[in-house]
Design a protein around this ligand. Structure first.
Ligand SMILES: Cc1cc2nc3c(=O)[nH]c(=O)nc-3n(C[C@H](O)[C@H](O)[C@H](O)COP(=O)(O)OP(=O)(O)OC[C@H]3O[C@@H](n4cnc5c(N)ncnc54)[C@H](O)[C@@H]3O)c2cc1C
Length: 434
């Protein structure tokens, strides 16, 4: 008899796992998927584009209910797994249903963090994580409200951009001295800030928010220096935390996320974790590409094949129209590295490549980022650059023909680069993962 496989979560990692599993060995498991969100599975990466009005709701759907039914998968949407008895192999749902299983995969993603501030629980304070958040933000933006976004990382910038595009009066507040400090160096962040200003977004740096003001609802922000701003809505985009409490309560080893090995197995036999809820070699990734690669590896493992996830160098696209930004690997450069920089302030173009010996180890691109995935490939494959190094700063067209001929092994995760790139609007910016 087929084993019963329970998948907790119906997000991006879960869908990719189902696609891979059913393609590889359709009848091997009786699969049940439980997803807390009431909607069809959707592409969370595109929520920013949805908020900005660049795509429609139907464009972000990954798989509808018919897809699951056609593959014999039982999908339970709008219901959550409340607890798991690992010994009895049973999961209890919010609806009261109890599901038995032989094997369980956690694909529960992350929760958006809320700063522990006075006023954080007031109505009018929200985070940016799901479809319901987009709908709530859209209502205020459409009324041309004043919106304060706390957090100058990727999510905060994308939220600010989308809200401004919808007509809101947006102020982006960041505690650090530059935007996206985990992905951009000082000059690159300066270019980005100027580009956001041109889009009508006010950017406040070095501002530590110490309170959300208001009595019955949020009315603004108070800063540590005594100043403040008024706002009709506050969006808190300060980071994420792996959604691992369910697994912890079930007795699985959890540090930041659910601890998994190279085969995506958790600490108890028969349990696995993939995506943002998982912690692999002390890293809990906050991007979709490793989630997809983990899903691919776990599908292979679950169908009896040899496969391993060994970690990956990441890049992120900032999906803000007219502000291409890309950053990957060691973008700052330290001891033992060498940097090459090209900058044209008038055109808002900045390109920095970081080399270690004869290989590219990191890059930051602002203004023109179309060669980003090509640079990422060179970084991942540690290509020995030879003659190509002198032309590398001038882009793929100038340098590719000069690269030494190699066996061109497929880069790790290369199959996932294209889908990610294809899922994003042509413009973007980036960083190394959480
Ligand atoms: C606005 C936004 C923009 C982003 N942009 C990018 C980008 O440009 N590039 C990039 O690489 N990444 C981006 N990300 C991150 C990317 O979306 C995530 O890395 C990806 O969704 C992770 O997939 P996941 O399946 O691990 O988690 P999720 O997609 O979050 O799915 C987890 C699902 O599990 C459900 N769940 C949780 N607990 C339970 C439970 N107990 N029972 C049942 N269901 C449960 C949740 O409701 C959720 O639906 C972005 C994220 C956001 C919010």
């Amino acid at each position: 008899m087929a084993e019963r496989l329970l998948i907790v979560g119906n997000g991006m990692a879960s869908v990719r796992l189902l696609e891979e599993l059913t393609r590889a060995d359709a009848g091997r498991y009786h699969i049940t998927v439980v997803g807390a969100e009431p909607s069809e599975a959707y592409n969370r990466v595109l929520l920013s584009a949805l908020l900005a009005g660049d795509v429609a709701r139907k464009d972000i759907v990954l798989r509808d209910a018919g897809w699951y039914a056609a593959r014999g998968i039982r999908l339970i949407s709008g219901d959550a797994v409340l607890d798991i008895d690992a010994g009895a192999r049973q999961a209890r749902l919010a609806s009261g249903e109890v599901l038995g299983f032989d094997r369980c995969v956690f694909a529960t993603g992350s929760d958006a963090l809320r700063l522990p501030l006075p006023g954080i629980d007031l109505p009018g304070v929200m985070t940016f994580r799901d479809l319901a958040d987009v709908a709530a933000m859209d209502r205020v933006a459409a009324a041309h409200g004043r919106i304060a976004v706390i957090g100058g990382g990727l999510l905060g910038i994308e939220a600010a951009y989308g809200l401004a595009k919808r007509g809101a009066d947006v102020t982006l507040v960041h505690v650090m001295d530059r935007l996206m400090e985990r992905q951009l160096d000082v000059p690159a962040a300066g270019h980005l800030r100027r580009a956001l200003r041109r889009l009508g977004i006010k950017v406040l740096l070095n501002r530590q928010t110490v309170a959300i003001t208001g009595e019955a609802a949020a009315t603004g922000l108070g800063f540590a220096d005594g100043s403040g701003i008024e706002a009709d809505l506050v969006v808190c985009a300060v980071g994420i935390r792996p959604n691992a409490a369910l697994a912890k309560d079930a007795g699985l080893a959890v540090q930041r996320g659910i601890v998994v090995d190279d085969r995506l197995s958790a600490s108890l036999d028969g349990f696995h974790a993939i995506g943002e809820c998982a912690e692999h070699r002390a890293v809990a990734y906050g991007l979709v590409e490793p989630a997809y690669e983990q899903a691919r590896v776990l599908a292979a493992v679950l169908t009896g094949n040899e496969a391993a996830f060994t970690g990956m160098v990441l890049a992120t696209n900032l999906k803000v129209s007219g502000v291409p930004v890309f950053s990957a690997g060691d973008f700052l450069g330290g001891e033992g590295t060498n940097c090459a920089v090209l900058e044209d302030r008038d055109r808002g173009v900045y390109r920095k490549l970081v080399f270690r010996e004869d290989a590219l180890v990191g890059c930051v691109l602002v203004g023109e980022a179309e060669d980003g995935l090509w640079y990422l490939d060179l970084i991942r494959r540690s290509v020995s650059l030879g003659e190509a190094r002198r032309a590398l700063l001038h882009g793929r067209q100038a340098a590719e023909a000069l690269l030494p001929v190699t066996g061109n092994p497929a880069p790790a995760g290369a199959d996932t680069i294209q889908p990610l790139a294809a899922a994003l609007p042509a413009t973007s910016s980036l960083s190394k993962a959480a």
